[in-house]
Design a protein around this ligand. Structure first.
Ligand code: ASP
Length: 315
């Protein structure tokens, strides 16, 4: 296969990979998003002579990720991907919401070149800093001939952007891909691939209003023992456009919560049901009262519903 164009554009957004702590032994009491992406790259000698451009899009702890950063990030990625000399984008990101940003970017852009999110579980000052190796691995994926779509690199593993979930609070290999399994492994600068790159139809950036206050509001509620409809009614009164419900098991709902959701749906609130379990998807025996999000996690289903509502508005 032909070698891809060599220029990689790195878009910085913050995260622990750009975090610092007062002491090298401190792996949890640090501040995320302190140093720029250019500085992260400068710390990796192997990247010194590689053609790389850097643009700092944001500097946030990804727990605070929001629509404004997503829109700016998607717009920058689209702009750079359209340049013929650009072969790939690398996005430095926090681990906490990488699964949301990855899902969002894949659904909006479905890029034919690779967009590689990279994160770290330890701040840059840590004795155990994993950022530099993860960034180097992300560059390997970015330059892989034939690579495409949004993927996420952490701890030598490459996850498809539509499959990623954070599965551990502390371990360096904190990401999983559920039933889909990891897409590839990066080993000593080489890729060992297990399945295809992410593909799909792009929703397109044009559907996302520049004014993010215009984006639909979708909230998540959970079904659990002694559930009541009180949150659903409060959300409806607050004027939300959609509600995702994280159901028990194979999509079952506490009867009181289900009744409130059915009422909300009848009143025009879009409702989507997914499972709160850590694996598998919903398998409906009979047509469900409330629509199913299949195998999407609650946070993925929330983005999906938001995008569906935007698409409907544009239709
Ligand atoms: N709170 C951090 C963030 O998501 C955690 C991390 O990056 O590991 O930005």
């Amino acid at each position: 296969m032909q070698s891809p164009p060599s220029l990689v554009v790195v878009l910085g957004t913050g995260g622990t990979i750009a975090g610092t702590a007062a002491h090298a032994g401190d792996n949890v009491g640090y501040s995320a998003a302190q140093i720029g992406a250019a500085q992260l790259l400068a710390a990796i000698p192997a990247l010194a002579r590689q053609p790389i451009e850097v643009e700092q899009i944001a500097q946030v702890d990804s727990k605070d990720m929001g629509f404004a950063v997503w829109r700016a990030l998607a717009a920058a990625a689209e702009r750079h991907l359209a340049r013929p000399e650009v072969g790939a984008i690398v996005v430095t990101h926090g681990t906490d919401t990488a699964e949301e940003t990855a899902y969002f970017l894949q659904r909006v852009l479905a890029p034919s070149k690779p967009v590689v999110l990279v994160a770290a579980m330890r701040p840059s000052t840590s004795l155990q800093a994993d950022g530099p190796q993860n960034l180097l691995d992300a560059m390997t994926v970015a330059r892989e001939p034939g690579a495409r779509g949004v993927v996420v690199v952490l701890a030598g593993q490459v996850h498809g952007g539509l499959d990623l979930r954070k599965v551990h609070t502390y371990r360096l290999d904190a990401f999983g891909s559920g039933d889909a399994g990891v897409l590839a492994q990066v080993e000593e600068g080489r890729l060992r691939r297990h399945r295809d790159w992410p593909a799909g139809v792009a929703m397109g950036l044009a559907r996302l209003p520049r004014d993010v206050a215009q984006w639909p509001v979708v909230e998540i509620v959970t079904s659990h023992s002694e559930s009541r409809g009180v949150l659903v009614r409060a959300l409806r009164d607050a004027g939300v456009h959609g509600i995702v419900v994280a159901a028990t098991g194979n999509g079952s709902l506490h009867h009181a919560l289900e009744a409130a959701l059915v009422d909300a749906q009848a009143a025009g609130v879009a409702v989507l049901r997914c499972t709160r379990t850590l694996g598998g998807g919903l398998i409906d025996a009979v047509p469900p009262v409330l629509p199913s999000a299949g195998a999407l996690t609650p946070v993925q289903a929330r983005i999906e519903l938001m995008l569906q509502l935007l698409a409907k508005r544009a239709a």
